[in-house]
Design a protein around this ligand. Structure first.
Ligand code: TRP
Length: 393
């Protein structure tokens, strides 16, 4: 890391005060332009309008296909290392919005292998999170006809042959330079697995624009995959990326992750717990006393309750402007803002939990979302395995 940087952003570590603009220079991605934002289907999504998704690679090809009614896909995955919190869910709701608007094909890979290799947790624990997280994903309400869920260790019949093909295109020095020296040989190989995820829709369905909406820390995976695609050994386009900022943690901007000490709001939290966590922990941009606050006003930029509403939970731009104005001029109090955020989050999660409760057991729900035999065969054929290969069986 160059000396002038006071932040680290890799798939395995996010630390410090992130300079999002400088990250783009470092990663070589582009800021999302107003013209590109306009091309998202009507009604535009708050995550795009408000620059939460703020950067891109090749987003135009994807948007053009979406607007022309041509085949286009999204890949957005989950590393099942623990229970899901509110920061984890928004790419999936975003994917669902696109699927509803333009019929997007949505692929959702679960990297249980990655999380086992990375975290100090036994296989049965990771496996438990996989099951739990799958139910949360299903509760989002994707269309089973246009959605595929892949679990690396459970779909190894297709993931492994493909990852082997792509692993040959990635050198150890690329992995070291992109991720830092991996801790074990599994993590050295894993980038080929994630490249498989990102190319899978094209291998199953044929060449078409794929977009990967992810937090910016995952961009290195996209770059490795784009390099593989660029070698043109396979009939695929480079997947594009739509990169997001991080939802701040309750502790305030610049801190995030489910693994540090501050509690996160989990998808499973009940109303009371949500209100409690926000009232107790949500970092406030307000002043220390009521009088001071009325006089000087608060700062919505650092206020976590405001940021939660802004990032995801309040759909109306007009309302957000009004809240910012009233907070700045001191007429809206920090405590009032907290109650508003808690209310919105509790309502959203309440509805999510209802949908989750209404699901049949996982064994009954999941099969509709898994790759069909034909899809598996097509993917392996496009990756170069002959039809009479043993891996077809
Ligand atoms: N590596 C991601 C994480 O740690 C999870 C993931 C696996 C993913 N495959 C993906 C994300 C494909 C986006 C696209 O969270």
């Amino acid at each position: 890391m160059p000396a002038e940087d006071d932040f680290t952003v890799t798939p395995y570590a996010v630390e410090g005060d992130i300079d999002y603009a400088r990250l783009l220079d470092k990663f070589g991605a582009n800021a999302l332009t107003p013209e590109q934002k306009e091309k998202f289907p009507d009604p535009g999504h708050p995550l795009v309008r408000r620059d939460v998704f703020y950067a891109e690679r090749d987003v135009d090809a994807f948007l053009d296909a979406a607007n022309e009614g041509a085949l286009h896909s999204i890949v957005t995955g989950r590393g099942p290392s623990g229970p899901m919190h509110i920061g984890h869910i928004f790419p999936f709701y975003f994917a669902k919005y696109l699927q509803e608007q333009t019929g997007t094909l949505v692929y959702i890979p679960f990297s249980d292998d990655e999380k086992y290799l990375l975290k100090d947790k036994p296989l049965d624990e990771i496996s438990g999170y996989t099951r739990e997280n799958l139910l949360d994903l299903l509760a989002v309400g994707f269309d089973p006809e246009r959605t595929r869920i892949i679990v690396d260790t459970a779909d190894a019949d297709v993931v492994y042959p493909l990852a082997t093909a792509f692993a040959k295109e990635v050198t150890q020095s690329t992995v070291d330079a992109t991720y830092g020296d991996p801790e074990n040989i599994g993590l050295s190989f894993y980038p080929a697995v994630q490249a498989t995820h990102l190319l899978l829709p094209q291998l199953v369905e044929g060449r078409h624009p794929t977009l990967v909406p992810i937090a910016v820390d995952q961009d290195p995976h996209v770059r490795v995959c784009r390099d593989v695609a660029a070698k043109q050994r396979y009939d695929v386009d480079k997947p594009g990326a739509l990169l997001s900022k991080f939802l701040p943690s309750l502790e305030g901007p610049g801190k995030m992750s489910s693994s540090d000490d501050a509690p996160s709001i989990l998808l499973s939290n009940d109303r009371e717990t949500i209100f409690d966590k926000i009232r107790t922990y949500a970092y406030s941009g307000g002043q220390t006393s009521l009088e001071e606050h009325r006089k000087q006003g608060g700062n919505p930029e650092v206020d976590v309750s405001y940021q939660f509403l802004y990032y995801f939970f309040e759909g109306s731009d007009k309302r957000m402007d009004q809240l910012a104005r009233e907070y700045r001029n001191g007429s809206l109090l920090s405590g009032e803002l907290k109650e508003m955020a808690a209310e919105k989050i509790a309502n959203f999660l309440g509805a999510h939990q209802e949908r989750r409760k209404a699901l049949a057991p996982l064994e009954e729900e999941l099969p509709r979302y898994r790759l069909t035999e034909r899809e598996r065969r097509n993917a392996k054929r496009r990756a170069g395995y002959p039809d009479n290969s043993l891996v077809q069986q």
